[in-house]
Ligand binder design. Structure first.
Ligand code: VAL
Length: 452
C-alpha cells in the first residue's frame, strides 16, 4: 500500500477520467427515476430538504472517506478492507464491511436492471411514435401493459444485464470513459429542455412549490430514513462502487475536490428531473405519489405533445439507458474484481458468474411486478423488499461503518497522507466523518425503531 502501488485491474487515465466514471456511477436511475417518485411519495419539499442535508453532511464526507479507503487499499472492497484493517491493526472482521458493499451492489443491480429494462423498452416506444398525441390515460395504460408482462420484463432485463457484463468484461477505463464524456452533457441538455416544457404547462410554480416549500407535517421517521438512504444510493455509497473506483485512482489526485464535483453534478441532475416532472404531474391531474412508474407515466406525455418530441423522447430514453449502464457497471465491478483476485478467474469468467447470478435474482424481481405480485415478505413485494433492504438498511449501515473506520480505526496520519488536504479542511472532514455522519445515521435508526 505504498504510494507507487497500482491496482492489478488498471488505473484511470486522469483525474477527469475518474470524475467522469464516478459521476457516471452516481448519476443514474437514482436521480431520474427514483428521486422524483420517492419525493412524490413523501410529500415533497420537506423530504427534499432532508435529502439535501444528508448529501451535504453525511454523503460528501463519507464519499471522501470511501474513495480514500479504496485508493489506499488498491483492491476489491473485500480485500481492501482486509488490508486496511491489518495496516490499522484492528479487528480483521472489518473485512465484512467489504462484503456488505459487494452484496449490496449485487442486490441493487438485480432490480436496477429490471427498471433499466423499462427504459430500454421506452426507447422503442418513443421511436415508433407511441407517445405522439397520447393523453395521460393512454400513457398510463402503456406502462401498465409493460409491467404486467413477465416475458417483456425478463427480455429487457436480460438485455440490460448482458450489456452491463459486456462493458465490464472490457474493463472500465476503455470505451466507457469516452462514452460518458459525451453522454452526460447531452443528458443534462435534454433535462433543461424538459424543464423548458414544464414551464409551459401552467403548473410550473406548483411543481416548484411542491419540491421546495417544506411542510414538515408530511414526513415521519420513515421518510427521513428514506431520504438518508437515498443520499447513499444516489451517490453510490456503501455499495462498493465508489470504493472500487477509488482503488483505480492514481495517487496524486485530490480526493476532496473530486467528491464535491461528483456530488454537485449528481444533485443538480436529480433536482432538474424533479423540476421537469412535477409540473407535468399536476398539469395532467396525476398523483405525485403514484410510485415507481412516475417518470414513465409523465415524461411521455411531454414528449407526445411538444414540438420535436419524437426526437427528444428517443434521445431521453437512450440517454437514460446509458446513465443506467454507467451506474450498473459500477455495481457489479466490486464482485468481478473480487472473483478475479480471489477465485483465480479470468475477467470474462467472473462476468459470467456475477452476471448470471444477478440475472436470476432480477427475474424474480421482474415477476414481482406481475405473476408474483402477491408474494410478499414483511408486507413487501420482492422489488420493494430488495429496495428497502439495500437503500434503507445496508447502505446506511455500510456508510456508518465506513465513517467509523475512516474516523476512528485508521491512523489519522494515513488518512492525512491520502487526502492531502489543508489542515483546516482536514479537521472539518474529520469532524464530519467521525462525529456528525455516524451520529446522524445512528439517530435516524433509533427514531425508526421508536427508541427516541
Ligand atoms: N448511484 C446510482 C444511481 O443513483 C446507482 C449506482 C445506484 O442510480
Amino acid at each position: 500500500m505504498t504510494d507507487t502501488n497500482k491496482s492489478i485491474h488498471g488505473e484511470w487515465s486522469s483525474r477527469f477520467a475518474f470524475i467522469l466514471a464516478a459521476t457516471g456511477s452516481a448519476v443514474g436511475l437514482g436521480n431520474i427515476w427514483k428521486f422524483p417518485y420517492i419525493t412524490g411519495e413523501n410529500g415533497g419539499g420537506a423530504f427534499v430538504l432532508v435529502y439535501l442535508l444528508c448529501v451535504l453532511a453525511i454523503g460528501i464526507p463519507i464519499m471522501i472517506a470511501e474513495i480514500m479507503l479504496g485508493r489506499r487499499g488498491r483492491q476489491s472492497p473485500i480485500n481492501t478492507m482486509t488490508a486496511l484493517a491489518e495496516e490499522a491493526q484492528v479487528d480483521p472482521r472489518w473485512h465484512y464491511l467489504g462484503w456488505l458493499g459487494v452484496v449490496a451492489g449485487f442486490l441493487i443491480l438485480s432490480y436496477y436492471s429490471v427498471i433499466a429494462g423499462w427504459a430500454i423498452s421506452y426507447v422503442l416506444k418513443a421511436f415508433f411514435g407511441g407517445f405522439s398525441g397520447a393523453d395521460a390515460g393512454e400513457i398510463s395504460d402503456m406502462f401498465a401493459n409493460l409491467v404486467s408482462s413477465p416475458v417483456q420484463l425478463v427480455f429487457w432485463h436480460s438485455l440490460f444485464i448482458f450489456a452491463t457484463m459486456a462493458i465490464v468484461r472490457q474493463g472500465v477505463s476503455g470505451g466507457l470513459e469516452k462514452a460518458v464524456r459525451f453522454l452526460m452533457p447531452t443528458l443534462f441538455i435534454i433535462l433543461i429542455l424538459l424543464v423548458g416544457y414544464a414551464m409551459t404547462t401552467g403548473f410550473y410554480q406548483r411543481g416548484l412549490d411542491f419540491m421546495f416549500s417544506p411542510d414538515f407535517s408530511q414526513i415521519d421517521s420513515d421518510a427521513i430514513l428514506t431520504a438518508m438512504g437515498h443520499a447513499f444510493f444516489t451517490l453510490s455509497l456503501g455499495m462498493g462502487a465508489i470504493m472500487v473506483y477509488g482503488s483505480y485512482l492514481p495517487s496524486h489526485i485530490s480526493i476532496a475536490k473530486t467528491a464535491l464535483y461528483i456530488a454537485g453534478a449528481d444533485t443538480v441532475v436529480a433536482l432538474l428531473a424533479g423540476i421537469a416532472i412535477f409540473p407535468i404531474v399536476f398539469a395532467n391531474g396525476l398523483e405525485p405519489g403514484s410510485g415507481p412508474g412516475l417518470i414513465f407515466q409523465t415524461l411521455p406525455i411531454a414528449f407526445g405533445n411538444m414540438t420535436g418530441g419524437w426526437l427528444f423522447g428517443v434521445l431521453f430514453f437512450v440517454l437514460l439507458v446509458f446513465a443506467a449502464l454507467s451506474s450498473s457497471i459500477s455495481l457489479i465491478e466490486p464482485a468481478v474484481a473480487w472473483l478475479v483476485e480471489n477465485k483465480n478467474m479470468e475477467r470474462y469468467q467472473a462476468c459470467v458468474w456475477a452476471g448470471g447470478l444477478t440475472w436470476v435474482l432480477g427475474v424474480a424481481v421482474a415477476f414481482s411486478f406481475n405473476i408474483w405480485s402477491d408474494v410478499t415478505l414483511f408486507d413487501k413485494s420482492i422489488f420493494d423488499l430488495l429496495d428497502y433492504l439495500t437503500a434503507n438498511l445496508m447502505l446506511p449501515i455500510g456508510g456508518f461503518c465506513i465513517a467509523v473506520f475512516a474516523g476512528w480505526m485508521m491512523k489519522q496520519q494515513h488518512a492525512k497522507e491520502e487526502l492531502e488536504m489543508a489542515d483546516g479542511q482536514f479537521t472539518l472532514w474529520r469532524l464530519l466523518v467521525s462525529y456528525v455522519a455516524p451520529a446522524a445515521v445512528f439517530v435516524v435508526f433509533l427514531r425508526v425503531l421508536g427508541v427516541v
